[in-house]
Design a binder for this molecule. Structure first.
Ligand SMILES: Cc1cc2nc3c(=O)[nH]c(=O)nc-3n(C[C@H](O)[C@H](O)[C@H](O)COP(=O)(O)OP(=O)(O)OC[C@H]3O[C@@H](n4cnc5c(N)ncnc54)[C@H](O)[C@@H]3O)c2cc1C
Length: 347
């Protein structure tokens, strides 16, 4: 069999996980092209379930692991736990990319940093310095502003704008704050990592907002932050998250992770779907008979979450439902029954 060339654009979790999945298969020559000069940090809260990372990436790259999560609404504070299992955790995104880079290299991938793709022609990609890379298969793992997605003519209408302070220091609990008056139809998070705390929030651009509204949200967020933390030495940053999924398989071209709009619109979580989609697309390229399992299962859950977000932001229903939902959250016995059905314990 003649060796097939696979070009993966983007060395984030999606692209590097795809590359690592070709391990031991000499029928494919895998090249990852990344614009950053080395495995890099990515703006992110770093929140993800530790079991997933331990199983799929490495047993020791989590910064913190939590048995419980504190949820705070204007009328109630409660603790959510799984029955006996870890609830969630946090990691550093540079460390994650470094670990995945190692895995992909060990699998035989050629990872070239400092290469920005500016154009995609029929069967080749062209970098800003004029170099050309021919492919049999192309994987777009190039994040929110994906050039591969654009080359397929897919526009992105549904995305979140998320921003955070990275604050030096330690914090005990992982917390979610829900206050529609202060933050809009979203949540704010406090995600302690090792030596720093990610404190952030965001909103979907599908929520009809004026410039004044967004300014107010930002100012409410600032006030809320300053009440809890000294921002001395803190670093402010923001980026968008694509949740506008419109398919991932287009002939010999695939989209994975944020390029495909895989993140959840409701929670903004995109690391896990990036890894899962990268891995499964790589399996499909190697074996055309491979039946996708994880992508359809994940997309089913994502559809539900995106549907909840759409309902909450829709007018006039959202305006009625959102405050009712938040009030119901303050009724302890109701929460207990609801969360028990979802396999959570609350107190
Ligand atoms: C503020 C914020 C907080 C977040 N918090 C969380 C969280 O707590 N948990 C969670 O699960 N998710 C979170 N996310 C979402 C998560 O960061 C993304 O969903 C995830 O990084 C997607 O991975 P990816 O590999 O698809 O894309 P990326 O990680 O964005 O990687 C894409 C790569 O492609 C490269 N690239 C782009 N264009 C080109 C080009 N033309 N040529 C070459 N290379 C290119 C980029 O440099 C980048 O390295 C958060 C996002 C934000 C903005």
């Amino acid at each position: 069999m003649q060796t097939k060339k696979v070009i993966i654009i983007g060395a984030g979790p999606a692209g590097l996980s795809a590359a690592a999945e070709f391990s031991g298969n000499n029928n494919f020559e895998v090249t990852v092209l990344e614009k950053n000069p080395e495995p890099s940090y990515k703006i992110c809260g770093g929140g993800i379930h530790p079991d997933f990372i331990k199983e799929t990436v490495s047993p020791d790259i989590m910064d913190r692991e939590f048995d419980k999560m504190k949820i705070i609404t204007p009328k109630s504070t409660f603790i959510m736990e799984y029955n006996g299992a870890k609830f969630t955790g946090t990691l550093n995104r540079k460390k994650l990319n470094e670990e995945l880079d190692k895995k992909a290299r060990n699998a035989g991938a050629n990872i070239i940093y400092g290469k920005t793709i500016k154009k995609i022609d029929d069967n080749k990609v062209i970098t800003t310095d004029g170099e050309e890379f021919v492919f049999d298969y192309l994987v777009g793992a190039d994040g929110v502003n994906s050039i591969v997605r654009k080359s397929l003519g897919i526009t992105t209408k549904k995305f979140l704008i998320a921003y955070q302070y990275i604050i030096p220091g330690d914090y005990e609990d992982i917390e979610i704050h829900i206050d529609f008056q202060k933050f809009g139809i979203t949540y704010s998070w406090i995600f302690p990592q090792k030596g720093v705390i990610s404190v952030g929030t965001g909103y979907t651009v599908m929520e009809k907002k004026t410039a004044k509204d967004t300014k107010k949200l930002r100012s409410n967020f600032e006030t809320w932050c300053k009440k809890r933390f000294s921002l001395e030495g803190a670093h402010f940053e923001g980026f968008s998250i694509n949740y506008d999924y419109q398919g991932f398989e287009f002939g010999n071209t695939y989209l994975v992770g944020d390029a495909a709009g895989m993140a959840s619109g409701l929670t903004g979580e995109g690391i896990k779907p990036a890894i899962l989609s990268g891995q499964e697309v790589a399996r499909k390229i190697q074996n055309p008979d491979y039946k996708y399992v994880n992508i359809p299962a994940y997309l089913k859950a994502k559809r539900k979450e995106d549907g909840i977000l759409q309902l909450l932001i829709s007018r006039p229903w959202g305006k009625i439902i959102a405050p009712i939902a938040l009030n119901i959250f303050s009724i302890h016995w109701f929460k207990k029954i609801l969360f028990k059905a979802l396999n959570y314990k609350i107190r």
